[in-house]
Design a protein around this ligand. Sequence first.
Ligand code: NAD
Length: 269
Amino acid sequence: MIRGSTELVAIVGSPIAQVKSPDNFNTWFANNDRNLAMLPIDMQEASLQAFVGSLKGWRNLRGCVVTVPYKQVLAAHLDGLSDRATALGSVNVIRREPDGRLLGDNVDGAGFLGAARKHGFQPAGKRVLVIGCGGVGSAIAYALGEAGVAQVTLSDPSTPRAAALCELLGNTFANLEVATHYESLERFDLLVNASPVGMGDTGELPLPASLLETLQPRTLAADVVTSPEITPLLALARQRGCAIQTGAQMAFAQLGHLGAFMGVTPLEI
Ligand code: NAD
């Protein structure tokens, strides 16, 4: 029940009907007896500037989760950003301070890493392949660099995107080895598909079948795609004896990070 006294958080994107955060947050608020609610907002891009102005003045709104396609554009309109959001040039969560200032963070990578740790992945010294160097792939690679992996290999058909992420990681993490060339999957401790390949019913794999034949059972195979839950890549990895991490697990692991940044949940939920 939303009452006059209920404090709000929001999630903004376009389209918005597919997002799971309102279900997850509102269930948590109800189960934990909090007088809080999350509203989904499908905002057209032409109104984003006015939306930011409204957020600043919206006194009973604690914060706003940001999803596609506004993670980059909104980062440019806030009053302050975390170091990682500054480096990535994107936000997936905004907190409204009591004086109306809007602060942004990007917890995509923290959520991914939280889920991976639950699978027993200890980042220090590990070798990782990140497939897809867009918004989410960049956030994941950045979080892995922060957490002390030894090596990140990047794969993306867009050479400029891979090069930009390579440069960011190289400039930020002095001890991290960054590569863009690989001929086998044998040496990777973690492989993550951070591209949309495999979404829907396409049956597509993000890597050639011949390369996937080199995937070893000791490698944790992860996918960011949430639908289907078991993507073609995860199905193949499971057949090869790998532990798998789903996009839904990553999304769920983000809830505490998003909620804690907005001040409405603890970090661990
Ligand atoms: P994006 O458009 O910013 O980046 C996608 C990147 O994948 C692009 O750089 C593109 O060139 C690359 N790509 C396409 N085909 C490829 C291939 N075969 N091999 C390697 N790279 C390839 O998109 P994004 O915002 O990073 O989102 C990526 C996916 O992550 C989407 O499917 C989105 O739904 C999902 N996502 C999941 C979560 C979660 O919590 N599970 C959170 C956010 C986004």
